[in-house]
Design a binder for this molecule. Structure first.
Ligand SMILES: [Zn+2]
Length: 222
């Protein structure tokens, strides 16, 4: 079986793991994984280099190794102006649709705003909320809109509400990730997620392979 880490900033290069390494604007890949996601993160937007950021993303998005667009999204707890965030996010959505690659979403306290954009733009590409650490109600709201949820280290914490959210998330609608946690292995997240779902790690791996095949259908990862 193979592990799938849908979003990491620190790929391990382990052969048993298919890792999607995330790149911020201008960042070079580590070379440890052939699969990348590239996006405009709301934290790092600057009015003076928006044109350069868009040009960079257009170039990245066309590369076969870039399998997803993101992380991109909206964040109410950062200093970047809302206008700039929304502009960059709309660009990322548009590119995701044009290149037919899923969108990996960074969202902090802006879930309603992201859903409003989804209803307005009706994207055909899957939207994956990465680092989902909210409760079951929020999960249900996003699942109802057809979004995917990606769970990470928060499910390892005792009594964390995201573990309960994972328990209630249908098998066909989630992924797992390590994000920026360098000292946590995707294997640990799988172990815990399997326990939460009451299935074997092998069964979980099969589920996530199927989810990946569906989400990345226009450009299959192999
Ligand atoms: Zn991240």
């Amino acid at each position: 079986m193979r592990y799938l880490n849908i979003h990491t900033h620190f790929p391990t290069g382990h052969l048993a793991v298919l890792e999607v390494e995330n790149l911020y604007f201008g960042q070079a890949p580590s070379g440890k994984s052939p699969f990348l996601s590239a996006g405009l993160h709301p934290w790092f937007l600057k009015p003076e280099n928006m044109d350069a950021a868009l040009a960079w993303l257009e170039k990245q998005a066309a590369l076969p190794g870039v399998v997803a667009i993101g992380e991109a999204g909206l964040d109410k707890v950062c200093d970047t102006s809302w206008g700039l965030q929304e502009q960059a996010f709309r660009w990322c959505i548009d590119i995701s649709e044009r290149v037919k690659k899923p969108l990996v979403i960074h969202c902090v306290r802006a879930h309603n705003e992201v859903v409003r954009l989804k209803k307005e733009l009706k994207p055909a590409q899957p939207w994956i909320f990465h680092g989902f650490n909210k409760n079951t109600d929020m999960a249900a709201m996003l699942l109802h809109e057809g979004c995917y949820l990606s769970f990470g280290a928060s499910i390892l914490r005792e009594n964390n509400h995201s573990a309960e959210a994972l328990q209630h998330t249908p098998a066909g609608h989630f992924f797992l990730e390590t994000d920026d946690m360098q000292d946590i292995a995707i294997e640990q997240i799988y172990q815990k997620a399997a326990e939460i779902k009451g299935i074997s790690v092998e069964e979980l791996a099969e589920t996530l392979e199927a989810n990946m095949a569906r989400c990345f259908a226009p450009h299959p990862l192999s």
